[in-house]
Ligand binder design. Sequence first.
Ligand SMILES: Nc1ncnc2c1ncn2[C@@H]1O[C@H](COP(=O)(O)OP(=O)(O)O)[C@@H](O)[C@H]1O
Ligand SMILES: Cc1ncc(COP(=O)(O)OP(=O)(O)O)c(N)n1
Length: 274
Amino acid sequence: MNIYKALTIAGSDSGGGAGIQADLKTFQELGVYGMSALTAVTAQNTLGVQGVYPLEPAAVAQQLDSVGEDLTPDAVKTGMLFSSDIIRTVADKIRQYGWNNLVIDPVMVAKGGSSLLLREAVQSLIDHLLPLALVTTPNIPEAEILADMSIANLQDCEEAAKRIRQMGSQSVVIKGGHGSENGIVTDVLYDGREFVYMESPRIDTRHTHGTGCTYSAALTAELAKGHSAAEAVRTAKAFIRAAIEDGLGIGSGHGPTNHFAYGRRLRAEGSERQ
Ligand SMILES: Nc1ncnc2c1ncn2[C@@H]1O[C@H](COP(=O)(O)OP(=O)(O)O)[C@@H](O)[C@H]1O
Ligand SMILES: Cc1ncc(COP(=O)(O)OP(=O)(O)O)c(N)n1
């Protein structure tokens, strides 16, 4: 049996809805062996972020060496990176180990407003990491910062995707969770040739903590299995749609999505057909 392996380089969310925890749950649900290198520990729950404790860049580098010297990931993603020093360390190691199947989720701010990336680190992300990316997955506020423009509609998304792609990422997906037209949430994929719109109905819920992490982890898992970026974003969209629709309703704030939902539905469909 071929074991597909994916590595997440991201922060820990003690509440389990976002960060490393969301990534590993998603990898597992999609049948991919998950590995992790922590960049920071956050004290976090559905009400917000109570504390942020970045790791020393040397600790991040050592985790990446431990994985890189032994385990050979089929795909890698980055999430919360926090500082320029950590970004440079991560970029150096990604180059050293030739991790080309790379998803950059340019995490900047948690839904409650807490900063997960220092403002001065944005330029490092652009200079050092985006040129290494196979796919970069900003949400709308992140795309506005990276592309240095405001986004009010899908035409603006296309322009921002073009600008971000010019920074070196081979493909860009601008996730539409922060915008909606006529009750439809649209993610826009741009690969330098065409724009692909992935639409779904907006689900009316406050339980969307960790949607971006979960989406980019699903995309990474599918790339690890050898699927193309175009195929992988479709599965990622289906995975996050099921996870939001079947929300767990836990915690008293913005609850996590349901990482079990996509797999449960597939298994239920399979047993109905038998
Ligand atoms: N309310 C919603 N209804 C349907 N899909 C959503 C909703 N919110 C987010 N999504 C989907 O979840 C994924 C993550 O999007 P987004 O919430 O914009 O990212 P982030 O968590 O990084 O802010 C995208 O595929 C987006 O289309
Ligand atoms: C440790 C950690 N990493 C990333 C995030 C942001 O996750 P995201 O999927 O963008 O979801 P929200 O936090 O915006 O709901 C995080 N919160 N914590």
